[in-house]
Design a protein around this ligand. Structure first.
Ligand code: ZN
Length: 408
């Protein structure tokens, strides 16, 4: 295990990224060419490449014997191993698992998804994930023997397993106990687990058109979750609950929520809540596809239900935006692409809520750019360290095996 200090580790990672970038852009190179190109001393470069070779991130491609003009021993030429999966991102949703595999340069080598029943137990979910990972690796010719780290997103609020604080979620049947250990044992790499919505927020902040320092992200899915970027950092909160906007009350006498309260935002703006309200108003919709069709033909019931949900969402976002004064508010989840009216209404309500605040900029409210793979990509992003957004995850070093909250 590494005993390097944080600053030393950071410098070394920066060097690694430069070496990997140079090899990816310019192809195979000898150590001396590489040292010249990235501006490192031969000693430092040898140290970095030895470690990358050991980790399987790069390989000895050939020697420069064929192009060498002078005498002497041919020099080995190094190249990025295009088949070496170095980082694995796994997002366990309510009804499916999504997987992304990235190489040492953080390029996605393979990604895919596999469905399961919403009441599937963790044994079944793990089996689905393993099957999908094996299939992706085989079909794309990627090997996972040199994995550096695994990021896993799980549904619902995720409480870090601090000493004396057991891992809990509100949905007991979804408690991800042992998922981290199962992956660590199977792949022999350190595992980081977090709430998949927060990982989606991270991916969205990185993917966004501008690097927002202050961003509110909310995702409407089977539940409603969120994530906050504050002063350029993904915020987790004391126990990992920061950004749980789905359980802000919007109606004291509303429907009972899975968390035990009544009238949470989730009871009006989650996908099941929206479909249920449509049905209660005589519109026969079972799935998002049915809702998409109702939106396409401008069904008035669908329009009203979506506007009501958007209004409730806008009021909750208004409270959060009044507190945080963000650059950007992002609404994610498949439904926002099906029903843009929901985002329009949320944006309109949010503008009204913020009208007392003098602003010299237009408040940006947008639908998320990423779609199905946001959690898996975010899980991988959380393992990378160049982004200050992911600073809170810096304890999961490629050579370390510590949990995010075991101290940095
Ligand atoms: Zn609730």
């Amino acid at each position: 295990m590494s005993t390097m200090t944080g600053a030393h580790t950071q410098v070394r990672r920066t060097h690694e990224v430069r070496v990997l970038d140079a090899l990816r852009q310019h192809g195979a190179m000898s150590r001396s060419e590489l040292a010249r190109r990235v501006g490192l001393s031969r000693t430092t470069l040898s140290d970095i490449t030895a470690d990358l070779l050991l980790r399987g991130a790069i390989v000895v491609a050939d020697t420069d014997a064929a192009v060498r003009s002078g005498s002497g021993r041919p020099a080995e030429r190094l190249a990025v191993d295009p088949a070496s999966g170095q980082f694995l991102g796994v997002d366990f949703g309510h009804r499916r698992v999504t997987v992304a595999i990235a190489d040492a340069s953080h390029n996605i080598l393979a990604e895919g998804a596999c469905r399961y029943e919403s009441d599937a137990n963790w044994e079944r979910r793990l089996a689905a994930a393993y099957g999908l990972i094996d299939d992706l690796a085989t079909r794309n010719g990627v090997h996972l023997s040199d994995l550096q780290a695994i990021g896993i997103g799980v549904p619902g609020p995720y409480t870090y397993a601090c000493e004396g604080a057991p891992t809990v979620t509100w949905k007991k049947q979804l408690a991800p106990d042992g998922v981290d250990r199962a992956f660590e044992q199977r792949f022999g790499a350190p595992v980081m687990v977090d709430n998949n919505t927060r990982l989606a927020a991270l991916a969205e902040a990185i993917a966004g058109p501008s690097a927002a320092d202050d961003l509110i992200y909310v995702r409407l899915s089977d539940g409603v979750g969120g994530g906050l970027i504050v002063a350029g950092r993904l915020v987790m909160g004391t126990r990992g609950y920061a950004g749980e906007l789905g359980h802000v009350n919007v109606d004291p006498h509303g429907a009972r929520c899975q968390c035990g309260k009544r009238g949470c935002l989730e009871t009006v703006a989650s996908v099941p809540a929206i479909l249920g309200t449509c049905r209660a108003n005589g519109l026969d919709v079972e799935t998002l596809d049915d809702l998409a069709e109702a939106v396409r033909i401008s069904d008035p019931v669908a329009e009203r239900v979506l506007r009501d949900a958007g209004g409730a969402l806008g009021r909750v976002l208004g409270g959060a935006a009044m507190t945080l004064n963000p650059d950007e508010v992002v609404i994610g989840g498949e439904i926002v692409h099906i029903a843009p009216v929901l985002v329009e209404q949320a944006a309109s309500t949010l503008r009204y809520e913020l009208s007392p605040i003098p602003t010299d900029q237009t408040q940006t409210v947008r639908a998320a750019l990423l779609r199905d793979n946001d959690g898996a990509v975010g899980a991988i992003a959380s393992l990378f360290h160049q982004s200050p957004l992911a600073a809170a995850y810096s304890a999961v070093a490629p050579s370390g095996r510590r949990h995010p909250h075991e101290g940095v």
